[in-house]
Every structure is written in structure tokens, then in C-alpha cells.
Design a protein around this ligand. Structure first.
Ligand code: PGA
Length: 267
């Protein structure tokens, strides 16, 4: 049976001292069953402190991004070896917020910021391969916008993102990739994808891996659902056969809620 992975994506929240407090509160509540992996992805500036708090707890540390070069003249970037040395085991790549695919209908920002965030499939692929090469398990986010869903393009968009992300990835490496199906319209909106539909699209991800690498790899690959997961809806989502965990944003900042999501994974 595939291991369930519950990952908390803290996004742009928590200074280092706030992160230390939050992780302390969380650890006081977490009960983790066998067969469940829990990952915390704080901002880069809090990785070191949160990593120290997590040492020996069984909860893993992850980053929210990774650059594809190990070192060089790339101002502001963070590489896989840097993350590994801080104790990271996972790295999120291709989050829709980094792809510039914001879910909110009227984003509260000036237009140019979209270009800054506009990561294309090729960038996501480079980051995914850099994570694998650097010993980090990539959590690769894929998902359609509301407009793509309305035009019945969900499956094409999602399988296209999966294929692009896996360009030049070997079969052995692919088995270690975690995908997170995150419909853009469900992220941070409180609008969760219906569990049967989330399960169906996670199946589309798995079928795409099957077409590329065969059944054994597709069976091994873990596919999370993400988008407004909370303590109330987690159990139903996680009971679905194609959903192997959750990537949790907002609710991961609430220790009681995140602990209950982890509890719901103890299936
Ligand atoms: P959300 O975010 O749980 O706040 O919807 C999920 C994500 O963006 O990974």
C-alpha cells in the first residue's frame, strides 16, 4: 500500500520566531500512525529553526521551491544542496502560485507580478529534476484553472503538466515523485473539489504516469489532493483510492486543524 503523505505548505507566513511557536504547538498535538508521512514546508528563512524543532519527531522538513542550479550567479535562488544541508527531505515544485495561476477571480495585485511568478512547464521540469538529483522528494503541483475546467480541458491540462514535469526523468526516479493535484480554483478559496472528482483527476495523473512508465511505476507514485483541505473534509478525500495524501495550505497554519487532518489520514 502506498504511504499517505500529508504536507503543510505555510506559504508566505511566519517569521522565524513565529514558525518556532507554530511548530511547537503543532508537535504537541500530532499523532502520526504507521504508513503516514507528515511534512512541514515553512518559508526558507524558517527552515533551519523548524528543522531543529522537528529533529527526532518523525515529521519531515520540506521547502516550498528549489532552484535548478546548485550554485552560481543566481541572486536570490536556493539550491537543492543548500536545502539538504538544512535537513529538507521534500521540495514543492510547480505550485500554481509560482506558475502564476492564481485562483482568485480578481487578484489583489498589480499585473507585473504575474510575470514574475509565471513559471512555465520547462522551469517546473528543471526544478523537479534538480530536486531528484539533489536527494529531495519533489512534490509536483498540477491543476487546472476554472476557465480550463469550464471548457472541459481539465484532463488535458493536468496530463500535459504531468508529462512536461517528467521530461527526461527515468522510470526509477519517477516512482519517487509525489504529485499534488491542486485545482487552481480550489486553492485558498474554501471551495473544495468534490471527493469523487478529485479522485478521478488524481486517477488521470496516475494514468499519465502509467502511459509513460508502465503500471508498476503508476502504482508506486503518490498523488495528493490539495485545495481547501480542512479537518472536516480530509477524511472523505483521503478515503478515495487514488488520493494518497493532502497538500494543505491555510489549515496547516492552525495546529489543531492540521493535527486532525493527519489523524484523518490514519486509515
Ligand atoms: P489551501 O492551499 O489549502 O489554502 O487551499 C493549498 C495549497 O495551495 O497548497
Amino acid at each position: 500500500m502506498r504511504q499517505i503523505v500529508i504536507a503543510g505548505n505555510w506559504k508566505l507566513n511566519c517569521t522565524q520566531s513565529e514558525a518556532e511557536r507554530l511548530v511547537g504547538e503543532l508537535l504537541g498535538r500530532l499523532e502520526i500512525a504507521d504508513g503516514v508521512a507528515v511534512v512541514i514546508c515553512p518559508p526558507f528563512t524558517a527552515l533551519s529553526a523548524v528543522g531543529e524543532s522537528l529533529a527526532g519527531t518523525g515529521v519531515a522538513l520540506g521547502s516550498q521551491d528549489v532552484f535548478w542550479k546548485d550554485k552560481g550567479a543566481y541572486t536570490g535562488q536556493i539550491s537543492a544542496p543548500m536545502l539538504r544541508e538544512l535537513g529538507c527531505k521534500y521540495a514543492i515544485v510547480g505550485h500554481s502560485e509560482r506558475r502564476g495561476r492564481f485562483g482568485v477571480p480578481e487578484p489583489d495585485f498589480d499585473d507585473p507580478i504575474l510575470a514574475y511568478f509565471g513559471e512555465k512547464d520547462e522551469v517546473v521540469n528543471r526544478k523537479l529534476r534538480a530536486a531528484l538529483a539533489g536527494g529531495l522528494t519533489p512534490i509536483c503541483c498540477v491543476g487546472e484553472t476554472l476557465a480550463e475546467r469550464h471548457s472541459d480541458d481539465t484532463d488535458v491540462v493536468v496530463s500535459g503538466q504531468v508529462m512536461a514535469a517528467l521530461t527526461d526523468v527515468t522510470r526509477g526516479e519517477a516512482a519517487n515523485v509525489i504529485f499534488a493535484y491542486e485545482p487552481v480554483w480550489a486553492i485558498g478559496t474554501g471551495e473544495v473539489c468534490a471527493p469523487d472528482e478529485a479522485d478521478r483527476v488524481c486517477g488521470v495523473v496516475r494514468n499519465t504516469v502509467d502511459r509513460l512508465y508502465g503500471a508498476a511505476t503508476a502504482e508506486a507514485v503518490r498523488v495528493q489532493y490539495g485545495g481547501s483541505v480542512n479537518a472536516a473534509n480530509a477524511a472523505e478525500l483521503l478515503a478515495k483510492p487514488n488520493i494518497d495524501g493532502a497538500l494543505v495550505g491555510g489549515a496547516s497554519l492552525k495546529p489543531g486543524d492540521f493535527a486532525n487532518i493527519v489523524k484523518a489520514a490514519n486509515r
